[in-house]
Every structure is written in structure tokens, then in C-alpha cells.
Design a protein around this ligand. Structure first.
Ligand SMILES: NC(=O)c1ccc[n+]([C@@H]2O[C@H](COP(=O)([O-])OP(=O)(O)OC[C@H]3O[C@@H](n4cnc5c(N)ncnc54)[C@H](O)[C@@H]3O)[C@@H](O)[C@H]2O)c1
Length: 261
């Protein structure tokens, strides 16, 4: 694996204040990449950046709402001014909530689509403009197993994550000849802060106790375990480096066999 290729590379990561965004920020910084830690929660983004600095790496934190076009364009300029030309970008910011379809408020639909899908689009637009100037780059968008398979109580989330796949495939085709590759990671179930919140809603849907959620998935997933931090980081390194040089518009289903095409 070409971890060495990442040394000195400027990588913007949204959702860097929590969960997988934080993991990838820290792990890619450990490979020598310079990380722009971007999150709606500026304090949490700063905690990630501080942890990277403490470990001897380079990172800057930015408080940005990915739904805000001018803020997104502004942060891309700031990242280049602070760290240098952006070589790679990971769109990891996301929200998820489970409610029965008939109880889903329009506001939840709007929030989910705006953060997960529109936010990814706005970041891709801003960063591709820079990548075209630099002669290329690599982008990873976080979709989900829920981007390939519908799930009850998750209509808005699944719609947003299916959308991320259509968006990413389209951008990948449009910029394939410009040396810009766009690929996706579709995690199955990952124990992050997101699941610390979702377990209450999911257990309600399934009719078991909140703390039984992990056992439920470990039984259901063919590999009998959740997706780990290193699974996510390894997939990101593969997609960001020349190890995946001939791949664009593709997704990696990181689900332990829980979903097969
Ligand atoms: N955890 C899972 O099992 C799982 C599975 C499949 C896909 N995913 C996806 O992976 C990504 C990361 O998930 P996670 O589990 O690490 O979630 P998380 O909740 O731990 O982290 C998400 C981060 O996104 C940030 N964020 C939310 N709205 C934002 C906005 N408008 N602008 C900027 N930042 C914003 C949050 O502040 C948070 O720091 C998400 O896109 C999620 O949908 C998660």
C-alpha cells in the first residue's frame, strides 16, 4: 500500500470532528499528510487537529457548515493558503436519524439531503475547481450500505446516500480525463458517535434494548463483526493513492459481507 505517497499531501476532510472523519484525519496525518479538519462543530474539529499536532503531524481546524456554499468555497481557499494546494478530499460529514416514514418531518428530509448530498456536491464543486488548476486529485465520498439498499425508517438517509453514488459516478465521468478520480466508501455498521445516538432509534424499530444493537449486527453480518477503524482507513488510503489508479466512479462496500451486489 502506497502510504508513502501521502507524505506532504494536503487532504481536506469534512466531518473531521467525530467518528470516521476523525479516525481518517489522524491516520492519514500519521502517514505524513497535512490535514484540513473541517466540521460544523469547530471545537471538535480543533480537538482532532490538536491530537494530530500532539502526535507530531500537521493539521488545521476549520468550522464550516457544508450546506453553506460561500463557506465551503471560503474554506477551500483558506486551506490552500494555510497548507498548500489540495491534493485529496474526503466528504465524510453526515447526519442520520431513523423515524417511521409517516412521522418523518419535512425538516428532517431537508436536513439529511442538504448535509449528506448537497454538502458533498458543494465541496466537490469547490475542490474540483482547485484540482483542475493543479492538474488532478483524488476525492472520496462517504456513501453507505444504505446507498445501495433501502431500509425502513431511513427514507431520507437512504435517498441521500443513493444520491451520493449518482453524484459521484457523474462527477467521476466528467473529470476522468482531467486526472481527477472520485470514488466512494460504503460502510456497513461502524461504532462511532453516530451509532451511540442511532441505537435508541434502531432498537425501537427492532423491538430490543438499545444496548443489544451491536450483538444484533455481529450476529447478522456474515463476518460477525462491525467495520473497524483500520478497515475505513485502509479503504481511504487505497482510494486516495495510485494503488487505485485505474478506478473512478466506484464504491467499496465495507460491510463484512452484509451486502453483496
Ligand atoms: N457509522 C456508521 O455506521 C456509518 C455507516 C455508513 C455510512 N456512514 C457515513 O459515514 C460518515 C461519517 O459517519 P460517522 O459515523 O463518523 O458520524 P459522526 O456522527 O460520528 O460524525 C459526523 C460528523 O459530521 C459533522 N457534521 C454534521 N453536519 C455537518 C455540517 N452541516 N457541516 C459540517 N460537518 C457536519 C458532525 O459534526 C460530526 O462531527 C457519514 O456520512 C455517515 O452517514 C456511517
Amino acid at each position: 500500500m502506497s502510504k508513502e505517497e501521502l507524505a506532504g499531501r494536503v487532504i481536506g476532510i469534512t466531518g473531521a470532528g467525530s467518528g470516521m472523519g476523525r479516525w481518517m484525519s489522524e491516520d492519514l496525518a500519521a502517514c505524513g499528510a497535512k490535514i484540513a479538519c473541517i466540521d460544523l462543530n469547530g471545537d471538535q474539529a480543533q480537538i482532532t487537529a490538536d491530537a494530530i499536532a500532539k502526535a507530531g503531524g500537521t493539521a488545521v481546524a476549520y468550522q464550516v457548515d457544508v450546506r453553506d456554499k460561500s463557506a465551503v468555497q471560503g474554506v477551500v481557499d483558506s486551506v490552500e493558503a494555510d497548507l498548500g494546494p489540495i491534493g485529496s478530499w474526503i466528504n465524510c460529514a453526515g447526519v442520520s436519524k431513523m423515524v417511521p416514514f409517516m412521522e418523518m418531518e419535512e425538516s428532517l428530509w431537508d436536513l439529511t439531503i442538504d448535509v449528506n448530498l448537497k454538502g458533498t456536491m458543494l465541496c466537490c464543486q469547490a475542490v474540483i475547481k482547485k484540482m483542475l488548476e493543479h492538474g488532478g486529485g483524488t476525492i472520496v465520498n462517504m456513501s453507505s450500505i444504505s446507498g445501495r439498499e433501502g431500509s425502513s425508517w431511513q427514507e431520507a438517509y437512504c435517498a441521500s446516500k443513493f444520491g451520493v453514488i449518482g453524484l459521484s459516478e457523474s462527477i467521476a465521468k466528467e473529470y476522468a480525463a482531467d486526472n481527477i478520480r472520485v470514488n466512494m466508501i460504503c460502510p456497513g455498521t461502524v461504532h462511532t458517535e453516530m451509532w451511540d445516538r442511532l441505537k435508541y432509534e434502531y432498537s425501537k424499530k427492532k423491538g430490543f434494548e438499545p444496548d443489544e444493537w451491536q450483538d444484533f449486527f455481529e450476529n447478522r453480518i456474515p463476518m460477525h463483526r462491525l467495520c473497524y477503524r483500520e478497515d475505513v482507513t485502509n479503504a481511504a488510503i487505497f482510494l486516495l493513492t495510485n494503488d487505485s489508479a485505474y478506478l473512478t466512479g466506484q464504491w467499496i462496500m465495507l460491510a463484512g459481507g452484509d451486502h453483496m451486489e
